[in-house]
Design a protein around this ligand. Structure first.
Ligand code: DI6
Ligand code: FE
Length: 407
């Protein structure tokens, strides 16, 4: 018999968050990992007896809380510069749309990103990723969208991939060339969309893309332009997502659902037709309280209707320099509850199981046998405490793919 290697986490309070609902609490629980997978979990008193003879590393968690690792499934983490001056302008009364239309906003970050070397972009992104990781994030989605030309978009996606290779976490990349119209294409949005579609096969062939996204809005791209990008993604077999109904209702969610979108994101202005379409395809509603808060939006996403329709809800930081410079997924848990009236359990599901769904990942987001061993250990008695406190990080240990990473 081959000698198998296990790691055993004992005397923990487990919150499995296993579907369909409930925290899935197991008091004085134990969890066994083998390699990168969860091999067993249950009450400590029922530990399997046939482990003798195998190599076993054992940790006594002394009653600490053990949950799935967190998943931040919507970020724009790779960019140059910052927009603190724009924040001051907004405080003096300028709106986000006015700044964008005047050539600031996303386009000012594009200039700073194009001017930055790969090494500089990587060096800027690492501490952002580490800040998220310190709160138990084990999977991170990163979008491009601040290059807006073929080479800088590819460079940003490659930097995102490198983060996943050099840091102990999973990175999923999303190509968002259709984020804003670069100045060199002013007045020629259709031509720009044609260029974006033409880059995709090269990005895909280089292994840089896990999904394709579009910003569909009055300051972004039209439904027809979105459809063209989605057709190009579909031709390559790539899943799509959509920045939909953030500042206005374009019925983008219904279009995205026609393309079996993994998620529609933002959704403050989502219509009931959009909800019905998302329900049909199981598309995840990705709510982004950081952007809602930072832009001082007043229109709430239709949480009650989403809940009633059974549309899975996810939560993310939307980390970006313009509308959500947030680097705390735990703060988003709190904001999802206080601003959007999610229950703490819904918010937790939103950064675990439903966030995994929004990335098309079926192997994580709950504690269950066969799932990836992505785990977080917390100095807390109950996961609702993380939705309750804010500005506090009780994360004590993190395991990614079966290996404990150092803080
Ligand atoms: N919606 C957003 O909130 C971000 N992108 C988008 O399409 C904002 C990006 C930025 O302002 O830099
Ligand atoms: Fe975003």
């Amino acid at each position: 018999m081959t000698n198998r290697k296990f790691t055993l986490w004992r005397h923990a309070r487990l919150a499995t968050l296993a579907p369909p609902s409930g925290w899935g609490l197991i008091e004085d629980g134990a969890l066994l990992t083998e390699g990168d997978r969860i091999a067993w979990l249950g009450p400590d008193a029922q530990l399997p007896v046939d482990l003798a003879g195998h190599e076993m590393q054992e940790h006594d968690l002394q009653g600490a809380l053990l949950t799935p690792g967190l998943i931040d499934a919507h970020t724009h983490l790779v960019y140059g510069g910052d927009r603190a001056a724009e924040f001051e302008l907004r405080l003096q009364g300028a709106t986000y749309e006015e700044i964008a239309r005047a050539g600031g906003g996303i386009r000012s970050t594009v200039a700073a990103t194009r001017a930055a070397s790969d090494e500089a972009l990587f060096a800027l992104a690492v501490p952002r990723a580490r800040a998220l990781m310190a709160e138990g994030v084990t999977t991170l989605e990163i979008k491009s969208g601040y290059g807006l030309d073929e080479s800088t978009e590819a460079r940003c996606l490659a930097v995102a991939r490198r983060l996943g290779l050099e840091l102990p976490l999973t990175v999923r990349t999303t190509s968002l060339g259709a984020h804003a119209l670069p100045t060199e294409f002013a007045g020629r949005a259709d031509d720009y969309i044609e260029a974006v579609c033409a880059w995709l096969p090269g990005q895909h062939a280089a292994g840089l893309v896990d999904a394709v996204d579009v910003f569909c809005d009055t300051i972004g791209f039209t439904l027809a332009q979105t459809r063209r990008v989605f057709d190009a993604a579909r031709a390559l077999g790539l899943p799509v997502k959509l920045h939909a109904e953030q500042l206005s209702n374009q019925e983008g969610a219904a279009l995205a659902a026609q393309y079996q979108a993994l998620s529609c994101d933002h959704l403050e202005h989502l219509s009931s037709a959009g909800i019905a379409a998302m329900r049909q395809t199981g598309t995840v509603a990705m709510l982004l309280p950081g952007a809602y808060y930072f832009l001082r939006e007043t229109k709430l996403p239709p949480v009650a209707a989403l809940r009633e329709a059974g549309v899975p809800i996810a939560i993310a930081t939307d980390h970006n320099p313009g509308s959500s410079p947030a680097l705390s997924l735990l703060l988003m848990l709190n904001m999802a509850c206080t601003l959007f009236r999610l229950t703490p359990e819904e918010a937790w599901r939103g950064v675990t199981l439903n966030a995994a769904r929004a990335l098309g990942l079926g192997d994580r987001g709950t504690l269950a046998v066969g799932q990836r061993a992505d785990l977080a250990v917390w100095d807390a008695e109950h996961p609702r405490e993380m939705a309750y406190r804010f500005g506090h990080n009780p994360c004590r240990r993190v395991v990614c793919s079966g290996i404990e990473r150092l803080a």
